[in-house]
Write a protein that binds this ligand. Structure first.
Ligand code: AMP
Length: 513
């Protein structure tokens, strides 16, 4: 990237906008937004942000429902040279408190319904301003932005300036903020544009949440950079997906989306007649789903692999000249990115052998927010990022550069595409009266990929009411983290080192839900 030019990600994305700024950029079931609307609305919001006189690099924390206006707010934050911090809409007050304490945002945007607790909390944590933005695109943010002009000269940023912080769940129960630079995000977007053959006449069915790398960066950046239209739905909705699919050329989803489409008898070849590409990621796509999808639709899902800290790392090929899309693999490392699979001593393992997946490239983040020690631990001395995933390169008739993800060294559950770190839930359960200890595991689930299940050991003589526990857990935890079931056991199985054998629990409780 040319250091002389402005490395602000918005400038790079905007270079892909079509010459005809009146063309439709985003279409929702209710209304459309042109490319000019994107530029002008984000311009008004950027002017508003600038008028607040907060320092460059200040955080803008946003916990709002998905709406085109929320995307404009993201773009406005980039344009103003501030750092975007999206928060999962499922997070409750206790969880948001931690993020606001840790990130110290200067501006907080929440929905009107959350204002009653979020506004005082944000002020207590030092935020200068709080605005609201609702699912219908209305709120005090829009009212305030309407008082500002649409023309805004995007801030100048260096490639290494921060653009966004994405919080990942922490293995110790504490979330870590992955700091992503303008160059991290731009390089990944440009690489994916070429690799997946994005075109200006593409129409993307966008049903993913936009508080996460998948929907916010991979999907939205792709469409913006290609000057392609997005059909924008608040969430996966099979009826609506079937309505819009015949007009779309591209869809991105977590595996659950594909399972749900297949569960509907109306999903067939005709529904996909205009489609050129279905992309799956964020969690493993079952080989069965891949094959069933192929048989029903005639389309071969492209599976890719990435994470908040790195954006996309590897992808099955789009162009057949580069190779086949192989089920159970996530394809080769993307151009410009290098992947290696190593043993505990960071030495490469033989082809086909599982080991720790490590990555290098311009996509790799700048470190964890205010956690220099944690950042140091997650990089090898020679600069490779430890993804925490276990994978293998090649083997079993697979080309040597194709990566397969076979497990996770971090104790992570992925349910419906959302990451759940068992430790966080175990800590909450262990603090409940009458509980001696607990283990939270993920067990295979046809719809969610994995379901969260808790196994609890009561204290001697204590009676445990699992329904009451579930009700309590629902108050403090986002719904996707709340166990689908709680089993009561006399003891947890442990190995010789005293570690709980979660594999034994997984075997024991699989199928029991
Ligand atoms: P997140 O940071 O929320 O995007 O989660 C990243 C994690 O999701 C990775 O470290 C992997 O464990 C997992 N993941 C993402 N894509 C895939 C995939 N295609 N197959 C298996 N696991 C995946």
């Amino acid at each position: 990237m040319n250091l002389e030019s402005n490395a602000n990600l918005y400038v790079i994305l905007q270079s892909g906008f079509p010459a005809d700024r009146q063309a439709v950029a985003i279409e929702t079931p209710e209304r459309t937004y042109s490319w000019r609307d994107i530029d002008e609305l984000s311009g008004r919001m950027a002017n508003l942000l600038r008028s607040l006189d907060v320092a460059a690099g200040s955080r803008v924390a946003v916990q709002v429902d998905k709406s085109p206006e929320a995307l404009m707010l993201y773009l406005a934050t980039l344009r103003a040279g501030l750092v975007y911090l999206p928060l999962n809409t499922a997070y409750h007050e206790a969880e948001v408190t931690y993020f606001l304490e840790d990130a110290e945002p200067a501006v907080v945007v929440c929905s009107e319904s959350a204002r009653v607790w979020c506004e005082p909390l944000a002020h207590r944590k030092g935020a200068a301003r709080v605005f609201t933005l609702n699912a219908d695109g209305q709120g005090s943010l829009m009212q305030a932005a309407a008082g500002h002009g649409p023309v805004f000269e995007t801030a100048r940023n260096a490639p290494d300036d921060l653009a966004a912080i994405l919080y990942t769940s922490g293995t110790t129960g504490r979330s870590k903020g992955a700091m992503l630079t303008h160059a991290n995000l731009a390089s990944n977007a440009l690489t994916l544009k070429a690799y997946w053959g994005w075109r200006s006449d593409d129409v993307l069915l966008h049903m993913l949440p936009i508080f996460h790398v998948h929907g916010l960066f991979v999907a939205s950046h792709g469409a913006l950079l290609a000057g392609a239209r997005m059909i924008w739905l608040p969430r996966l909705d099979v009826d609506r997906a079937l309505h819009y699919l015949p007009r779309c050329t591209l869809m991105m989803g977590v595996p659950t989306y594909y399972v749900r489409l297949l569960a509907d008898a109306r999903f067939d070849r005709e529904a996909c007649s205009n489609m050129r590409l279905f992309i799956s990621g964020s969690a493993p796509l079952l080989v069965d789903t891949f094959r069933e999808f192929q048989a029903r639709s005639g389309m071969t899902i492209l599976e890719r692999y990435g994470m908040s800290e790195t954006g996309m790392i590897a992808s099955n090929p789009y162009d057949p000249a580069r190779g086949e899309r192989l089920p159970g693999t996530v394809g080769p490392a993307l151009p410009g990115i290098t992947v290696r699979v190593v043993d505990d001593a960071d030495m490469a393992v033989p082809v086909g052998e599982p080991g720790h997946v490590q990555v290098r490239g311009p996509n790799v983040f700048a470190g964890y927010w205010r956690m220099p020690e944690k950042t140091r631990q997650e990089f090898t001395p020679d600069g490779w990022f430890r993804t925490g995933d276990i994978g293998a390169l090649g083997g079993a008739g697979i080309p040597d550069d194709y990566l397969s993800i076979v497990g996770r060294s971090k104790d992570l559950i992925i349910t419906g595409g959302y990451n759940v770190y068992p430790k966080e839930i175990e800590m909450v359960i262990d603090a409940m009266p009458g509980i001696q200890e607990s283990a939270v595991i993920g067990i295979p689930h046809a719809d969610f990929g994995e379901a969260v299940v808790a196994v609890v050991v009561p204290r001697a003589g204590a009676a445990v009411d699992t329904q009451a526990m579930l009700a309590d857990l629902k108050i403090g935890l986002a719904n996707f983290k709340v166990p689908k079931q709680i089993h009561v056991a006399d003891a947890l199985p442990r190995n010789a080192m005293g570690k709980v054998q979660k594999n034994v629990l997984r075997q024991q409780y699989t199928g029991q839900h």
